[in-house]
Every structure is written in C-alpha cells, then in structure tokens.
Design a protein around this ligand. Structure first.
Ligand code: ATP
Ligand code: MG
Length: 414
C-alpha cells in the first residue's frame, strides 16, 4: 500500500523546516518587543464559532471549512483562521473583564478546503496577532507596521500595503444601500454575487470573477461618518509619520465579515498570483457579538508559506550558513567510549571557536573505511578520528572531507 500526504498538504523538512522555525523565532522576538504574549488554542473548535464570526456568506464558511462530527455528534471544524479562536479564549477565560486590554499572538496550522496551487494549500501556517481593548487608530497603525516589520525582517522590503475603511454600524448601512442600488444595475453578475447581493453586498466587491465589471461603484469614503473618517485619517497620518508606504484601495473588503473600520492587505510582486502575504483589520463588534464584554480589537495574520516563498525570491536565505557537520570516527574500537564522550561534549557545547556544528557518530563495530563512507554520505565537512597512536599523545586526526587532507591536533585544542 502506498500512502501519500493528503492533497493540499505538504511535509516540511530540511531547509524548509529550518526556515519556518527561523521565521517563527523572528516573529516571537518582534511580538515580544511590542508586548504581545503567545496563546495556543486548539486546532479545532465548535463549527458554529467560525460560522458566526467569519460570516455565513463568506468563501471560508460557504466552501472552505473542514467540518466533521465527532463520536458524540458534536459539529466541529478544523480552524480556518486564528482570530475567532483567540476571541473565544479571551471571553472564555474572562479576560474581557479582568484585563480588557490584551495583546496576543499565535502561530500554527490553519485548514481550508481550497484548490491547491503554489502558495495555496489545504493545511498551511499562519502567524498572527490580536490587539484587544484599544479603539485608538494608533493600534491600527501599530498592527500594520508590525506586519510590515515582520516581513522586512525576512528581507521582504518591496511590498504593497493596501488599506481601506469599511466604516462602522452607523455609516456602513448607507454605503450598503448605495452599493445594492448600484449592483442592481450591473448586468451578468456571477451566481455567487447574485446570492450575496441580498445578504452581504460588500462581499460582492471581493468577487474575483466580477470585479472588473464594477466601474462606477460607490466609494465608501463618501459615506464614512465623522468618527470613522477621523479614525482613518489619523491611522494614515501615523503610518506616514513612520515612513510607511501604503495605498488606499476602496475596493478592499477582505474575506471575513467581522471587520469594521480599518482593513488592510499586504501583497508582494515576488510570489506570482497568490500574492497576499498578510492581512488584517479592526473588528470592534466581534467580542461583544460572541458574548463578551464590548471590546474593540484589531489584528492581522500572515501566511508563513507565502512569506517564506517571497523571502526566498528576494535571495534572503542565500547567505544563510547551515551548521557544519562533524563526524566522529574510531579507528581503534577500544577508544569507542572516549570518542563517544567527546562526541557528547561537542553535542552539548560545540567545539572551541565553532559553535555552529552538528555532530554525528561514533558508530561502533564498523571499519574506519565504512565510517568515512558514511561521513561522506551525510556530507560531513570534517571527520575527527580517534586512533591509538595519536590518542597516546593526547591528539586525534582531523580529516578534511573535501580535500581528504588530515592533520594531527591536540584534543585539548578543541
Ligand atoms: P487569499 O485572497 O489569497 O485567498 P485570504 O484573504 O483568504 O487570502 P486571509 O484569510 O486574510 O487570506 O489569511 C491571511 C494570510 O494567510 C493570507 O494573506 C495568505 O498569506 C495566507 N493564506 C490564506 N489562505 C491560504 C492558503 N490556502 N494557503 C496558504 N496560505 C494562505
Ligand atoms: Mg482565501
């Protein structure tokens, strides 16, 4: 029987695994500086949590969720994103009451039933942050800049940041009305759009099939209330004061229904058609709607696979030094336990002047020739050979595996 990883999933190993951990480490350092603390939530939740928060008429809920029943017939879903889970945890642990301001970050696998292609998978990784309890545009600006800084930290300096304001429950209904009126006049809308026109017309703006038909679509900016307008202006001036280059894109609505006011998306030219690297925005009503105390919030998530792809395209990883492989061999088996102790010491502490090493061996009961063959196979840079004559002088042989030269070196020097 031949088993393969399920369609749309992938094994991450070797260089890709190191890059992924590297990105996650980098993110932790940056989050820490901004005062965000880590939260790990379950990979599955009540399906209703996502339906309610992300929205019934979104792509994610309509066609991308992995929903299943457990043995007790509970309806569960593999998480398609992180925000809903973090909000659930925030409310469940009464943090909305005890610490109404909270900054949290998460990283982990997300699951969406999508058509797999480069940069689009059914299981992928996101790194995200949520800033609870601040309605200040400074929080919006900080979140956008945080996402931007994270991308820069992996060498992605060329990125396009798009922002928009979706307004609030006071002004959005007027825009919605104007939008519906306009969309009624557009011919040949696709089936999805026709269906959403009634329930969720903003979604229509996000439609990949129809978007080029919307030539004279009403502009949200004409409908924003004074408060939303002020907020959006201040967010922008804070972004500018940090030198952040962004573009206002009035069509940007994002694929989740919980957003209010500021939304943003960061794209890169480096990664082809799946060009969205990170996205987020404000969701001031979600915590209240899910049963918590009304708490404003803003957050973002980036897709690790796409970010790593973009980082790789910029050549960021080219100069990365992989650790040097060192093999410990024994020419005379009676020195095996000395060689083994030395190997352990090197594994624990590295070698003098060379900490970036990976140590292999020794292997007992094998001829020196077969040990050296193995060292070649694993691409060891150096092999350290424990041999009787040299050992009596407190030395071992260091074999350079490339040019096959060898030198005697005092063990104490390592
Ligand atoms: P897209 O428009 O590409 O479908 P999205 O709007 O669905 O993206 P979000 O829900 O905002 O994406 O998720 C944030 C980030 O997660 C995206 O910018 C992207 O980098 C990444 N992402 C989303 N879906 C996938 C996927 N199926 N595979 C890999 N990465 C993904
Ligand atoms: Mg999507």
């Amino acid at each position: 029987m031949n088993y393969k990883a399920p369609r749309g999933t992938h094994d991450i190993f070797r260089i890709n695994a190191s890059r992924m951990s590297w990105l996650e480490q980098k993110a932790k350092v940056i989050f820490n500086r901004h005062g965000f603390e880590e939260v790990r939530t379950p990979a599955f939740e009540d399906a209703a949590l996502f339906m309610r928060s992300i929205g019934q008429t979104t792509d994610i809920v309509e066609k991308e969720m992995y929903i299943f029943e457990d043995r007790k017939k509970r309806k569960l879903a593999l998480r398609p994103e992180g925000t809903a889970s973090l909000v659930r945890a925030f409310i469940e642990h009464r943090m909305d009451v005890s610490m109404p301001a909270g900054r949290f970050f998460y990283m982990g696998e997300m699951f969406r039933y999508e058509r797999p292609q480069a940069g689009r998978y059914r299981q992928f990784h996101q790194i995200g942050a949520e800033f609870f309890g601040s309605s200040s545009p400074a929080a919006d600006a900080e979140i956008i800049i945080l996402a931007q800084d994270l991308l820069s930290s992996v060498g992605i300096n060329k990125m396009n940041i798009y922002i928009n304001s979706l307004g609030c429950e006071k002004c959005r209904p007027f825009f919605r009305e104007a939008l519906v009126k306009y969309l009624d006049s557009v011919r040949d809308l696709c089936e999805d759009c026709l269906r959403r026109l009634e329930k969720n017309p903003l979604r229509v703006l996000d439609c990949k099939t129809d978007s080029n038909k919307f030539t004279e679509v009403p502009r949200m900016s004409d409908y924003l209330c004074d408060c939303c307008k002020d907020n959006f202006n201040l967010t922008q001036s804070l972004l500018k004061s940090d030198g952040c280059n962004y573009t206002v894109d009035e069509r940007l609505v994002r694929g989740l229904d919980y957003y209010t006011k500021t939304v943003f998306e960061i794209r890169s030219d480096a990664v082809g058609s799946q060009d969205a690297l990170a996205a987020g925005g404000r969701y001031d009503n979600l915590i209240g709607e899910l049963g918590g105390q009304d708490t404003p919030a803003v957050g973002f998530a980036l897709g690790s696979e796409r970010v790593l792809l973009a980082a790789q395209k910029t050549g960021f990883f080219d100069s990365f030094q992989e650790s040097e492989k060192i093999f410990i061999a024994v020419a005379d088996q009676e020195l095996f336990s000395e060689a083994f102790s030395f190997a352990l010491k090197a594994m624990r502490n590295g070698l003098k002047g060379n900490k970036n090493i990976s140590v292999f061996g020794p292997v007992n009961g094998k001829s020196l020739t077969s040990q050296l063959k193995f060292a070649d196979k694993i691409k060891a840079v150096k092999t350290i050979v424990f041999a009787r004559t040299e050992f009596e002088d407190g030395k071992f042989l260091v074999k350079n595996m490339k040019d096959k030269t060898q030198t005697k070196v005092l063990i104490s020097e390592f």
